[in-house]
Write a protein that binds this ligand. Sequence first.
Ligand SMILES: Cc1cc2nc3c(=O)[nH]c(=O)nc-3n(C[C@H](O)[C@H](O)[C@H](O)COP(=O)(O)OP(=O)(O)OC[C@H]3O[C@@H](n4cnc5c(N)ncnc54)[C@H](O)[C@@H]3O)c2cc1C
Ligand code: FES
Length: 340
Amino acid sequence: MSLTPHSSRSQIVTVTEVIDETDLAKSFVFDAEWDYRPGQFVTVRVPSERTGSVARSYSLYTSPFDGTKPGVTVKRTVDGYASNWLCDNITAGSELEVLPPSGVFVPESLDVPLLLLAAGSGITPVMSILAAALRTGTQPITLLYANADPAATIFRERIARLEVEHERLTVIWWMESERGIPDADMLAALLTPYHSRPTYLCGRDEFMAACKEAAKVIGTPRQLVHQEIYASLTGDAFADIVPHEVVIEDDAPEVTVHNLGATFTVPWPKDESLVDVLINNGHDVPYSCQSGECATCLCKLTKGTVEMAVTDGLDPDDAEDGYILGCQAKPTSPELEVEY
Ligand SMILES: Cc1cc2nc3c(=O)[nH]c(=O)nc-3n(C[C@H](O)[C@H](O)[C@H](O)COP(=O)(O)OP(=O)(O)OC[C@H]3O[C@@H](n4cnc5c(N)ncnc54)[C@H](O)[C@@H]3O)c2cc1C
Ligand code: FES
């Protein structure tokens, strides 16, 4: 049976291959031609008899520069719904409805020395960045990759092969079966030589907390540390923002937006989110989950103030630097300015 899209932004893709990566993780390769950037993710609509569907994001492990079809890697979550459904039900030839690649966990440059930190399934976006930087860059890359043991290590053979092929790649394999769970002190001791590198990290919460603490200890400038937070979306990411009539009060705040080289000013009614306002005004700005959980709508507030109901997807350090989630932001000052 052929699927039909539930949103103007979604696509139906065919899974061309399913790869058993470990006992708990499978990769799904899509027959899709996407213009994506290393580190981005897609959002999959998983059917449910209970709720109709759930939306879950999965990072692309592939590199856009390798000439291969894009794919995601899904690790079964204990008692998880969607990850187990995908691993149990999707085979080569299955169709899935997905929102195409989005996300901001993307290096500004792939041709600078990089520090990559991953644990478990957190390797997925990091693998994409690693493969892209090896293909297009020339600078040294260090990857620290923590796992329970070798059998649980996703892409173990592929990374080992890259390590042999590329002298500028250093891999620190961290097996918890031998060394225990890495804490901030252990990481700081290993990572000191890399304190000036842009750092990309992804993994379970405690691992990310330890990495961020270690980065602080070794003096990595905060702006160089980027993380991808895995969370299950709670909203309906597949719902479209429907153009609607808005009554603009005389005293409505105004926002000046700098986006893709263009600058424009629009009224921003107090009960509308920034994404709602801009899409409603016909401006193409990025968004995905619409529930404050994925950071695709990240932008920088350079003037004024906003309130946000949900900030789960917003790194507290980014928030301190003035970044906001456009899908949650509502104005609390008369004049505002944002940069995408
Ligand atoms: C940007 C981003 C990138 C990510 N990348 C990856 C990745 O590369 N690889 C990866 O493995 N994960 C990734 N994740 C995490 C992934 O999106 C999911 O959070 C993860 O797979 C767990 O989802 P789950 O449904 O299996 O588990 P849970 O979310 O823990 O499942 C339980 C939830 O499902 C609900 N539920 C249970 N049964 C049903 C039912 N029958 N119908 C409807 N709801 C039900 C429960 O109420 C509960 O809320 C990423 C997340 C984000 C935000
Ligand atoms: S669109 Fe996902 S956080 Fe705003």
